[in-house]
Design a protein around this ligand. Structure first.
Ligand code: ADP
Ligand code: MG
Ligand code: MG
Length: 258
């Protein structure tokens, strides 16, 4: 079993326009184990993407105090590629376009970067796996030879992030709004991909605005973030309650003025 722990995490970013740094995360605590799917909900601008980017190691986000532990090892300060080799994967809210690199090339490179240098993935095995996962996600074969995310629709980008996750098989997937901009059919397909990963060797931190996603991917734990902190933990019923009462209800219940 693998464990990802976030302990009293404080994070600042530098506001490019105002040239000042501001604290976004103000003491986040949570623990995810393989075998579990956790959902993080919370209003816009509360720091959900900041948390995802910081766990993955985006250098724009400065950890001022606290820890991120992967199997007990503090990974704060570790470069992104090393975190990836240790089993972390981030499906970004806004996946980047990479002209000149095809989807297939990217996937093989990403998989091989996580394997010993003298033992790259055998081509046949790679292609079989790719075929199987693209079938699962109802993706067209032509997607493999297109440049990574270039000209992909919103839905295609999200499917492609899930394809990467299925191929790379991380221990932990951080999924930042994989449901945004998806129609109901695409949402089902993306959920099918995530559910296919479910099992003893995979854990997820799944960020969403909408309870709807959680009908398809039923989480074990739901966290609510507000004002740069996790303010409440619960089960799937917590997400339903939020859908009914909104964040205002929770603010009142907890006596928060954020
Ligand atoms: P969420 O994902 O919950 O909507 P974000 O983490 O994207 O929230 O943003 C939280 C706050 O941090 C917002 O006020 C946002 O403007 C700010 N922020 C996030 N990333 C950056 C950045 N790279 N530069 C400047 N401000 C940022
Ligand atoms: Mg947002
Ligand atoms: Mg966000």
């Amino acid at each position: 079993m693998a464990v990802l722990e976030v302990k009293d995490l404080h994070v600042e970013v530098v506001d490019q326009e105002k040239k000042i740094s501001k604290e976004i995360l103000k003491g986040v605590n949570l623990t995810v184990k393989t075998g579990e799917i956790h959902a993080i909900m919370g209003p816009n601008g509360t720091g959900k993407s900041t948390l995802s980017e910081t766990i993955m190691g985006n250098p724009r986000y400065h950890v001022t105090s606290g820890q991120i532990l992967l199997n007990g090892e503090n990974i704060v300060g570790m470069p992104v590629d090393e975190r990836a080799r240790k089993g972390l994967f981030l499906a970004m809210q806004y996946p980047a376009e990479v002209p000149g690199v095809t989807n297939t090339e990217f996937l093989r490179a990403a998989i091989n970067a996580r394997r010993p240098k003298d033992n790259p993935v055998p081509i046949r095995e790679f292609l079989q796996e790719l075929d199987k996962n693209m079938d699962l996600l109802d993706m067209k074969q032509s997607m493999t030879e297109r440049y990574l995310n270039e000209g992909f629709s919103g839905g295609e980008k999200k499917r492609n992030e899930i394809l990467q996750m299925l191929m790379i098989k991380p221990s932990f997937g951080i999924l930042d709004e994989i449901d945004s901009g998806l129609d109901i059919d695409a949402l089902r397909v993306v959920a099918r991909g995530v559910n296919a990963m479910r099992g003893d060797n995979f854990g997820a931190l799944m960020i969403t605005h909408y309870q709807r996603l959680l009908d398809y991917i039923v989480p074990d734990v739901v966290h609510v973030m507000m004002g740069g902190k996790v303010v409440k933990d619960g089960g799937p019923d917590l997400a339903k309650k939020l859908e009914d009462e909104g964040y205002a209800g929770l603010r009142d219940e907890l006596g928060l003025d954020i």
